[in-house]
Design a protein around this ligand. Structure first.
Ligand code: ADP
Length: 458
């Protein structure tokens, strides 16, 4: 069953149930109130008559003609003695007959059906002057007015119920359409996406903040993110293929040179072997970095631990000093800086920043560690070649190299800083670069000391 039919049906059933409940309540209340009023009128009238006529006259059937005139054609009087034996019955050409019908004398009044007529029965005690009950006067009244009024009331109730049902049907159809229009539009857009395999957005109809607008906005946001991620994956694959292809072409070129002249010309032989070796080294580094970048973007959570940063920096510096004979100094006011982070990733981040500083500078390199409020700052500063002003913001893009001529010499791949950014992002931190061409570069990483609950490395 379609959602539209379900909503219409449910709303109509609900409306019908409420209307029926109201109808039955109104009907019962009307009968109850009308009966109480009629009973009070009759009781008052006949209590007065009994008081006026006196018990003897009633028990002995000595009604005066004037009193008999009080009886309407729809009333029958019956008098019972103390032992509930019928003494006599008075009626004035009654339009209905009671025959052997007996009512319960212990009930002071009751509304009942006799031969399809509504009958109101009232029992009044006949008391002696001393106050003793000597008999019971039963007033039986055929109450046609109630039936007529009930017929009118029922007609009104049925007409208004049918009218209200029709209105509720129209209302629930309009409501279902209003609710389902954005949903139908979403389904249509999703089907189009499925058919064409292209990213599309649902047209925004209104700018209020109801759940449906939120659903549309969320869907559109999700589409944008998927499109972005899809495009970045495509870009990634094409960039990576281009990079690997360039390297393979260089290797192929040298291999060809070796095939033709390598065995005769020792210079060509040495140059080719060296270049092939360097290019394969570069390719190995690049594939390792690509793997690191891909895994950091997969969103697999890496465990965080309580780690000490000053000691970690000292370890990385000691390791790099064994490979590069360069001066790297750590400046900090703290003897220990503790933070929640992944130790291996932190070391990788430091290696990337120091490796760049080593590659693009020749003098001393500084690492400045500081804490402020709930954050830790790591600054890696060199006095090297720097970066032209307009290019600083692009260095965190994948495969971006400031000057292609310099990377072949340094063996750079343009993947180091994107990996560094992925690591800081995963630690809810930030990374930025300040550089002056010809003067030097500073990379500033800011990390929260404590990781927020529920967040993990992405
Ligand atoms: P690469 O492997 O080429 O160094 P990165 O992503 O680490 O790749 O850096 C991107 C580019 O930013 C580099 O090609 C280089 O031109 C520039 N760069 C990075 N760090 C420095 C630095 N400390 N000094 C000067 N240039 C830098």
């Amino acid at each position: 069953m379609k959602l539209r039919t379900k909503i219409t049906l449910l709303a109509s059933i609900l409306a019908l149930s409420i209307l029926l409940f109201v109808d039955v309540t109104v009907h019962l209340l009307f009968v109850k109130i009308a009966t109480r009023n009629e009973r009070e009128v009759l009781q008052n009238k006949w209590t007065e008559i009994i008081a006026e006529a006196g018990p003897t006259m009633i028990l002995k059937n000595a009604w005066s003609p004037k009193l008999k005139d009080e009886l309407s054609g729809d009333t029958i009087l019956r008098v019972f003695d103390q032992k509930s034996r019928l003494l006599y019955e008075v009626s004035r050409q009654s339009r209905f007959k009671l025959g052997n019908v007996r009512f319960n004398p212990s009930q002071s009044s009751e509304l009942t059906d006799v031969q399809g007529h509504k009958i109101l029965v009232i029992h009044l005690p006949v008391l002696s002057p001393e106050g003793n009950q000597e008999g019971t006067l039963e007033i039986v009244e055929k109450w046609d007015a109630l039936e007529t009024n009930l017929d009118i009331l029922n007609t009104i109730l049925i007409t208004s119920t049918v009218g209200a049902m029709l209105l509720s049907l129209v209302g629930s159809t309009i409501l279902a359409n209003a609710i389902l229009l954005p949903i139908s539009s979403s389904i249509q857009t999703m089907q189009e996406i499925e058919r064409s395999l292209k990213f599309k957005k649902i047209p925004v109809r209104s700018h209020n903040h109801d759940e449906l607008s939120q659903m549309t906005a969320t869907f559109n946001r999700m589409m944008s993110r998927l499109e972005e991620s899809f495009q970045s994956q495509q870009q990634f694959v094409s960039d990576a293929s281009h990079e690997l292809n360039t390297t393979l072409m260089i290797i192929e070129g040298y291999a060809n040179m070796l095939r033709r002249w390598g065995t005769h010309d020792e210079d060509i032989y040495k140059e080719s072997i060296q270049s092939i070796y360097e290019e394969t080294q570069r390719m190995r580094t690049m594939t390792q970095q690509l793997l690191a970048l891909a895994s950091s973007q997969q969103g697999n959570p890496e465990p965080h631990e309580r780690m000490e940063l000053v000691g970690c920096c000292q370890q990385v510096v000691a390791h790099l000093k064994t490979v590069h004979d360069r001066l790297i100094t750590i400046f900090t006011d703290e003897s220990e800086i503790w933070l929640d982070a992944n130790l291996a990733k932190m070391k990788q981040l430091l290696v990337i920043l120091l490796d760049n500083a080593l590659k693009y500078s020749a003098d001393e390199i500084e690492i400045i560690l500081s804490t402020e409020a709930k954050h830790v700052q790591i600054r890696v500063k060199d006095a090297g070649i720097g970066i032209p002003e307009g290019e600083v913001k692009r260095v965190f893009e994948r495969f971006y190299r400031v000057d292609c001529s310099r990377h072949r010499k340094t063996g750079g791949t343009g993947l180091g800083l994107p990996i560094a950014k992925a690591i800081t992002d995963a630690h809810q931190g930030t990374i930025r670069m300040a550089s002056v061409e010809g003067k030097g570069t500073e990379v500033i990483v800011t990390l929260p000391q404590r990781q927020q609950e529920g967040l993990s490395l992405q």
